[in-house]
Design a protein around this ligand. Structure first.
Ligand code: FES
Length: 496
């Protein structure tokens, strides 16, 4: 069936299948935001009907205003195309910023470092041994599922090719833009960090072996290859769940003492060093801390609430001090820490009714609404968002418990806890403790996006040799299939 799509000033005709509009658009490389992976919760996948719009779905009526519905706005994930439909789309755009991190390169050529996260893609351009510009964008594969296993399980016709092609198109367009915005020559090489599933999609390798026992990665160790006319270097891969994003991150650490490195993303990975031994483990966490899959969630960008503070009244800080547009991962942690400190949520994570809360200022009590806890005009911390956070915290703490037990390690003998994740920039130890994200009372070192920071240091030979040697010492430990995992997971979902 043929339908028409207006994208900026271009009108194209596309062949529509029986899938929802969000999926159909992604299949034709038209990326609209899909922060809840097509569950009809985030309201980000808006399109506008220029032909007669369908009757609004029930969920849609609670997200879009009457005037938006009247103007023909609908959510792409809640409708399918009908013959001769004509819609306007608003594509998601990468955000670019100036940057100046630490770089290691052997010469003054231009290079690009890319981190392909399950939820967010980040890339930086390096010129004359300096980091010049960075870009971040939502991984367009989010329309096909929030986590890697959902994407691998997609067995629809050509889904593997579609996931590969939309990812490659996004990376190609983004890297081209980085080069042109930086007035740089073609990059001599690209370092690509990603988990093994994203690496498989990037290289067009079948992802099925990662999704089924015995969970085989596409390759082990480092890899040099070609992609779209670029030389590519991929830092070492350890297992099906410990990829080049984790090993690249290790280049940022001082490895002389015992440490626990935790990379918090849609999948959470751990590297534990005890004496001379290195252990790796991973656990699925969910995308909540990347601002995805939560109500009013957005990735870390201008206008994202990244911190909640109290000074006589509640204050929401946003990235770039811009008008609040939504909540990002650090904002979610900070807001939950706030509610827990004031006793506004109970042990199970339920937002209490106003009459159940004692001894808090009236201006906070007033913010408890049926939609959730009001943070800013029209932006709520909802019960659903708290539940999504609890899934991450349950998985993280259960994973750490099992890893320590399986390796005969004692948390008291760990000197440093490194925390990595794009959202960790504005985190504090106090928010981690008050939100119960980690039930560990230690000093934390917040690394930000350690994969991208590590990739920037891998354009020199000495660091590559060091990383390859270090990676060979890491032993992968399976933790998610332990019989007591579920029990611990449920225990750690509670607040204390
Ligand atoms: S409402 Fe459609 S992707 Fe979230």
């Amino acid at each position: 069936m043929k339908v028409s799509v207006k994208n900026k000033d271009k009108i194209i005709s596309i062949e529509a299948q029986s899938s929802d509009i969000l999926t159909t658009l992604a299949q034709h490389s038209l990326f609209v935001s899909a922060y809840c992976s097509g569950r009809g919760l985030c309201g980000k996948c808006r399109i506008r009907y220029l032909s007669s719009p369908p009757t609004p779905a029930k969920k849609e009526k609670s997200i879009l205003s009457d005037s938006e519905l009247e103007k023909g706005f609908r959510l792409a994930c809640l409708h399918k195309f009908n013959e001769n439909d004509y819609v306007e789309v608003f594509e998601t755009k990468p955000v670019f910023s100036e940057d100046s991190g630490v770089v290691c390169a052997d010469d003054n050529n231009s290079y690009i470092a890319v981190d392909i996260g399950t939820t967010t893609i980040s890339a930086s351009l390096i010129k004359d041994k300096k980091q010049i510009k960075t870009t971040r964008m939502l991984n367009p594969q989010v329309s096909f599922g929030g986590d890697v296993m959902t994407r691998i399980a997609k067995r629809e016709k050509n889904s593997q090719q579609i996931l590969t092609s939309i990812l490659n198109k996004a990376i190609k367009e983004t890297t081209d833009k980085l080069i042109s915005l930086s007035n740089a020559k073609k990059a001599k090489e690209i370092v690509v960090c990603a988990n093994p599933t994203m690496l498989s999609y990037f290289l067009g390798i079948d992802t099925k072996p990662i999704g089924e026992y015995p969970y085989t990665p596409p390759f082990k160790g480092e890899k040099k290859t070609q992609w779209n006319g670029f030389d590519i270097y991929i830092p070492p891969v350890i297992s099906a769940f410990i990829g080049s994003d984790i090993t690249a991150g290790l280049i940022n650490l001082n490895i002389s003492g015992n440490f626990l490195f935790i990379d918090i993303g849609t999948n959470c990975e751990f590297i534990l060093k005890r004496n001379d031994s290195f252990y790796a483990a991973s656990i699925p966490g969910g995308p909540a801390l990347e601002g995805v899959g939560i109500d009013y969630g957005i990735t870390a960008q201008e206008g994202a609430i990244d911190k909640v503070e109290f000074d006589k009244t509640l204050k929401c800080h946003t990235i770039g001090n811009k008008k609040p547009e939504g909540i990002t991962g650090s904002g979610l942690i900070s807001a939950i820490a706030f509610l827990n400190r004031f006793g506004i949520i109970d042990r199970s994570g339920r937002i209490k009714e106003a009459w159940e809360v004692e001894d808090i200022p009236f201006n906070l009590l007033n913010r408890i609404k049926k939609e959730g806890f009001l943070l800013e005009n029209g932006i709520y911390l909802t019960q659903n968002s708290i539940r999504e956070f609890q899934l991450v915290k349950g998985a993280l703490n259960a994973g750490i418990d099992i890893l320590l037990k399986k390796t005969d390690s004692d948390i008291n003998n760990i000197e440093k806890i490194y925390i990595s994740g794009g959202f960790t920039k504005s985190l504090t130890k106090q928010d981690i403790a008050a939100s119960n994200l980690l039930n560990i009372d230690k000093e934390f070192v917040f690394l930000g996006n350690s994969a991208l920071k590590g990739a920037l240091k891998l354009f020199c030979k000495k660091n590559r040799v060091y990383l390859e040697e270090l990676s060979n010492k890491i032993e992968y430990i399976e933790i998610a299939n332990q019989s007591n995992f579920q029990e611990l997971y449920i225990k750690y979902m509670d607040f204390v």
